[in-house]
Design a protein around this ligand. Structure first.
Ligand code: PGA
Length: 242
């Protein structure tokens, strides 16, 4: 297995004035090759000199045409952005992004050979009703429909109830969900293996616990990626595994 991947999802945190300070704080300190940072796309150019991998938090589902306000995968690629999240739960909820739309976005991104991070996860209601596996299955099944080659895709398992809440699943819940995802994908996609990252309230205080779970292939980190000290601590902890 390769090194654990660390993805920083900066969401809509920080304004222009905070960015300069953030960049100053992290410059030269992210010496772990498997870090990918996803700034608010407006600020991407300011991160270009940092010599770290950069990506987007979202892409559009077409590669040609006029779509006011959107970013096409081919535009991202021309800026050197080779990675994008697709299907983050905040977009599913606030923008009504459907699994069908997510499927189209993945296809458009793959057309440009981008690396796709497909976000899935159960809501609190689904968890309480013991419908976690059904929810994951439904999301994966439609999102990956008609996609045969998974080599440029990883899945980020993000329980919706753990995002930004400080709550994380138990070891057992994590192992079960991640194994379920890996097995389901394998069955559904001709024996192909997929990496599964964990996302939801990852912080310097739980990274040691998470790192012990072998099934986790990396992390998608929101809030903690916007605090340079916190983010660097997490990176150090992951680095210490190797
Ligand atoms: P969080 O967000 O780390 O702030 O919980 C994770 C995410 O939404 O990707």
């Amino acid at each position: 297995m390769g090194k654990k991947i660390i993805i920083g999802n900066m969401k809509t945190n920080m304004n222009y004035f905070d960015i300069e300070n953030y960049i100053h704080e992290i410059e030269g300190k992210m010496d772990y090759p498997a870090v990918i940072l996803l700034p608010t796309s407006l600020y991407v150019p300011y991160f270009k000199d940092l010599n770290i991998k950069l990506g987007l938090q979202n892409i559009f589902f077409e590669n040609e045409g006029a779509y006011t306000g959107e970013i096409l995968p081919k535009q991202a690629k021309s800026m050197g952005l080779r990675y994008s999240l697709v299907g983050h739960s905040e977009r599913r909820k606030e923008l009504k992004e459907s699994n069908q739309m997510i499927n189209k976005k993945i296809k458009a991104g793959l057309q440009e050979k981008m690396g796709i991070i497909l976000c899935i996860g159960e809501t609190l209601e689904e968890k309480v009703l013991l419908e976690t596996e059904d929810a994951l299955k439904r999301q994966i099944f439609t999102a990956l429909k008609g996609i045969d080659d998974l080599k440029n895709i990883v899945i980020a398992y993000e329980p919706v109830w753990s995002i930004g809440t400080g709550k994380i699943p138990t070891e057992r819940e994590l192992v079960n969900a991640i194994k379920f995802i890996k097995n389901f994908v394998k069955e559904f996609k001709n024996n192909q293996e997929i990496k599964v990252l964990y996302g939801g309230s990852v912080s310097s205080s739980n990274i040691e616990f998470l790192n012990k779970i072998e099934e986790i292939d990396g992390y998608l980190i929101g809030g903690s990626s916007c605090d340079p000290e916190e983010f660097l601590k997490i990176i150090e902890e992951v680095k210490s595994l190797y």
